[in-house]
Design a protein around this ligand. Structure first.
Ligand SMILES: Cc1ncc(COP(=O)(O)O)c(C=O)c1O
Length: 433
């Protein structure tokens, strides 16, 4: 209630208010660097971030170099592209306040979970369980289950699942209570994909380490959206994708963080790009592990899936996460305020935390007709996404969304609901929602 009161003092419901906020927004120029589409309000940056001119320029540059240089691309500029993962790790590491050599760019989130678990999961007779929650994105669970099965365990027995009390949020104390002596490793999301709950990574890491448990986090919904301080948190590993808030493109190269205290560990899934530079091209059959995160690379870096990241990371570096997070919180605060004022009376609820420090980058709008409303939104110039069973996710992204767009989205929602426009739609699910 106190939070709601604060919001009502800060915002008002007029269009003029939204326009004034945009005029005073110090990040407003960043929007011009994105490919904003006419007559479309893009609110899906938590799923796939918008394309930017910076990403395009970086990609076209690598394409041009490939055309001109062919194989010589690997050696130009002191081996920049041969070491591309390390080059990108520098600005990337700043987003999580880690050392650059604790970060590498490799694979996908899912393959990096496999990589991390196969590196850190060494079950013994008495300590063999992996602890997870029941709200994480399914791919994390598929990877965990298949990794325990590879070690000969039955996932139903060896994977301990902490159930959410309400289907929205994870109870961190329940996770801690489940860290028994039989738990070898914990994998949790940093921000929940549906309710945007920000998990207290520091508290959970401290508790896991007190019990000698390895802990890692999936940062997919956190990276580029919230400030992360791994220097303070000191988790064992983390994984993330770069195609959501970081806007590095569909299927962009993913991220992997390996805490420096583990550099001596052997990667579970070794490959020749994880070999020491000095001996990689000696092509020996004995793997000599590079003793930093780049040792967890596997095969040849996919330059065309990496280049856009170089472009967008420059933008993040120039603006900095502090300002991005501050604007994002203000935008989501404003969106919640308008939902409360204009849509709550039509059955719209808010399924995310109202507390700033517990709220990620998107708003979780709940409605019994969420699916059909989300389809109607698309046909009315708004790109949201839908998550089962009743959630419309709306992400006003600090770098390219405006306050006026937030205002318009609520206005369009009001029309779709009050004029029952959503009733024209079928309840059958489309392939990608
Ligand atoms: C928390 C989380 N993990 C993983 C993924 C997807 O994994 P990948 O990047 O391997 O497709 C998503 C996709 O939305 C996600 O939200």
């Amino acid at each position: 209630m106190q939070d709601r009161h604060k919001q009502s003092v800060k915002f008002d419901t007029s269009l003029d208010f939204a326009r004034k906020k945009d005029q005073g927004d110090e990040l407003r120029d960043a929007r011009d660097r994105f490919f904003i589409q006419p007559n479309e309000i893009y609110m899906d940056g938590n799923s796939l971030g918008m394309a930017s001119k910076d990403a395009e320029a970086a990609l076209l540059n690598v394409l041009a170099l490939w055309k001109k240089d062919g194989i010589k691309i690997w050696n130009r500029e002191d081996g920049k592209y041969y070491h591309y993962a390390r080059v990108l790790a520098k600005p990337m590491a700043k987003l999580i306040n880690a050392d650059a050599n604790e970060v590498t760019l490799v694979g996908s989130t899912t393959s990096n979970i496999h990589q991390a678990i196969s590196t850190f999961y060494h079950p013994t007779k008495s300590r063999y369980k992996i602890l997870v929650d029941d709200l994480n994105f399914p791919t994390d669970r598929y990877a965990v289950d298949s990794q325990v099965a590879l070690k000969g365990y039955n996932p139903q027995e060896a994977v301990r699942v902490v159930a959410s009390p309400d289907g929205r949020f994870i109870d961190e104390d329940a996770v801690v209570a489940a860290m028994n002596e039989d738990v070898a490793l914990v994998l949790l999301p940093a921000v929940l994909y549906r309710s945007a709950q920000v998990i207290d990574m520091k508290k959970l890491t401290i508790e896991a380490h007190k019990r000698n448990i390895i802990i890692g986090f999936d940062l997919c919904h956190a990276i580029g959206a919230v400030e992360i301080d791994f220097d303070a948190i000191q988790p064992d590993f983390a994984v993330w994708c770069n195609y959501k808030y970081l806007s590095a493109g569909p299927g962009a190269i993913a991220g992997l963080y390996i805490n420096k205290r583990h550099f001596g560990q052997t990667p579970g899934m070794a490959g020749w790009f994880g070999n020491r530079d000095e001996t990689q091209f000696q092509l020996k059959h004995e793997f000599e592990h590079q003793q930093d995160a780049s040792g967890w690379q596997v095969g040849t870096p996919p330059l065309l899936a990496m280049a856009p990241l170089e472009g967008v990371l420059q933008l993040f570096d120039q603006i900095g996460m502090r300002k991005i997070r501050a604007k994002s919180l203000d935008l989501t605060g404003y969106l919640m305020y308008l939902i409360d004022m204009k849509l709550a009376k039509y059955g719209c609820g808010i399924g995310n935390s109202r507390e700033d420090k517990k709220r990620g980058g998107h708003i979780c709008l709940e409605h019994d007709e969420a699916y059909r409303i989300s389809r109607a939104l698309r046909d009315n110039g708004v790109v949201p996404d839908f998550r089962e069973p009743n959630v419309i996710r709306l992400a006003p992204v600090a770098l390219y969304n405006t306050y006026e767009e937030v205002y318009q989205v609520v206005h369009i929602l009001e029309r779709i609901i009050t004029e029952k426009i959503y009733e024209q739609y079928h309840t059958n699910r489309a392939l990608v929602v």
